[in-house]
Design a protein around this ligand. Structure first.
Ligand code: HEM
Length: 471
């Protein structure tokens, strides 16, 4: 849709616009610096995605106005729209009318009681990860966290056993999908239709993910409960079983197509996000010795050597602050909405069809709300200042009706895994060079991170240690 720009001089345009390309080069080459620089220009700043104007919101109250809309004035915009024909209309991409039906049907799967059950799966996955480690070994931590988060999502979603073919498939295809989806929002549509290798890789990844999801849904539909019969006291434990049972206000179940879209969406939305958060948490903790020492002291005191449970999580405040700070430093960097009708946002009067960008990264790096914003400082969440933050200044999971449905799941997972690993291992980075963030799709991914793993307590397979004689 072509949109006539009616905002006039009240809205500044970001410097460095190139003819035809707009700000695409800056958004591609140095997106984080570019976005953070816009805060100083105004509450709403115009950028150009090629020839198309888009409006970046830099003030928390303006972002809130957009995110708390009930779907009357804004829908999800170009970022998700371009994925919709490929991945369907799960929660992430659903248009407002469908979203209003789907969200209440899916929400119970993320109820507190369910998160408590999933926490046991998260801890088990962390224990399996550690079981493969040898003292002093070098581990590709980013890959280990991909395996771990995939294992958690596959088990909590459809009780898939670890190591199954489904795992391998998701593992290979998901990164291609996530990076492709983000790039596609920024590039002109004609480029996406060319038979380029990158376009082929993307559509191939989508086709493989869809086939995998179809298979999971159809085999689950015939055996809706956990294959081992170990359902919880409140019924079946995995998310897919709950979705199969869900009914809308008219008593209708989801169609097979809708179910597939929702499962695929949860796989896409729940894996790479959590992998990035965990990898950053392990890297930042390992490179900040005081933070690490206090983490070790906290897990030793609170857990006293036993496995972490859901009820322990509120008693791990330092671990929780590490997670909060990681999500402040490296939240999603680019998300979008589109005005469905003319709207006024701060100084801008925007016509229907206008593309709007909001960025948790930009808001979280505003020095007015987070002094020395690039510094990793979990203790900033201790002070009274944290309580006086303006509403909407810290939104790693978005806000309003489209807020992340997996926020409690993700927070519980990050805290559980971090505490479980820290209780037993110290991680040492291989290089003192700071890790360079890589904005990929809407996420800020860590680079490949190789670290040495050292046991904190005597390890049964440590060289030179007494071992129990084989019986
Ligand atoms: C650290 C981890 C995570 C982060 C930072 C994160 C972030 C976000 C953000 C910012 C949004 C809002 C997007 C928008 O406004 O357009 C969102 C939506 C969503 N997320 Fe997450 N997420 C995380 C983990 C998860 C997990 C574990 C799941 C599921 C298991 C999940 C499922 C979803 C879904 C389904 C939506 C769409 C919600 C709706 O529109 O109703 N996310 N997430």
């Amino acid at each position: 849709m072509s949109v006539r720009d009616q905002t006039g001089p009240a809205v500044p345009t970001a410097p460095g616009r190139l003819p035809g390309l707009g700000h695409t080069v800056q958004l591609y080459r140095r997106p984080l610096e570019f976005l953070a620089s816009l805060t100083a220009l105004g509450d709403v700043v115009r950028v150009y995605l090629g020839p198309l104007p888009a409006y970046v919101l830099t003030a928390p109250d303006v972002v809130r106005q957009v995110l708390h809309d009930g779907g009357q004035n804004f829908d999800k915009g170009r970022l998700f729209e371009r994925s919709r024909p490929l991945v369907g209309q799960g929660l992430l991409t659903a248009q407002p009318q469908l979203h209003r039906i789907q969200r209440p049907m899916i929400q119970p799967a993320f109820h507190r009681a369910r998160i408590a059950q999933y926490t046991a799966t998260m801890r088990a996955a962390a224990e399996e990860t550690m079981a493969a480690w040898q003292p002093g070994q070098t581990v590709a931590i980013d890959r280990a966290m991909t395996d771990l988060t995939l294992s958690v999502i596959a088990r909590t979603l459809f009780s898939a056993p670890p190591g199954s073919a489904a795992f391998t498939e998701v593992h290979q295809t998901l990164p291609v999908f996530v990076s492709g989806a983000g790039l596609r929002a920024l590039l002109p549509a004609w480029l996406l239709r060319l038979p380029l290798p990158a376009n082929r890789r993307f559509t191939d990844a989508v086709a493989r993910l869809l086939a995998l999801t179809d298979q999971a849904v159809s085999s689950h539909s015939s055996t809706p409960n956990r294959p081992d019969g170990a359902d919880g006291p409140d019924g079946p434990e995995d998310v897919l079983s709950l979705l199969l049972q869900a009914r809308d206000e008219h008593g209708r179940a989801m169609s097979a197509q809708q179910l597939r879209d929702e499962v695929l969406t949860l796989i896409i939305a729940g894996t790479e996000t959590s992998q990035a958060a965990l990898t950053w948490a392990l890297h930042l903790t390992a490179t900040h010795p005081t933070v690490e020492q206090r983490l070790h002291e906290e897990v030793d005191t609170v857990l006293e050597g036993r496995p972490v449970t859901f009820t322990d999580l509120p008693h791990l405040p330092h671990t929780t602050r590490i997670v909060n700070e990681v999500l402040r430093l490296y939240p999603p960097w680019l998300l979008m909405r589109r005005a469905l009708r003319p709207v006024t946002l701060g100084p801008a009067r925007l016509p229907a069809g206008t593309e709007i960008i909001y960025s948790p990264y930009l808001l979280h790096h505003d020095p007015r709300h987070f002094p020395d914003p690039d510094r990793f400082d979990p203790d900033r969440w201790l002070t009274d200042r944290a309580r006086t933050l303006p509403r909407g200044a810290y939104i790693p999971f978005g806000a309003g009706p489209r807020k992340c449905i997996g926020d409690s799941f993700a927070a519980a997972q990050a805290t559980t895994v971090l505490a479980t690993l820290a209780a037993q291992w110290t991680l040492r980075p291989h290089t003192s060079t700071p890790a360079i963030p890589r904005p990929t799709g809407p996420l800020i991914r860590p680079p490949e991170l190789r670290m040495s793993v050292l046991p904190r307590h005597p390890h049964p397979t440590s060289p030179g240690e007494d071992r129990a004689p084989a019986s």
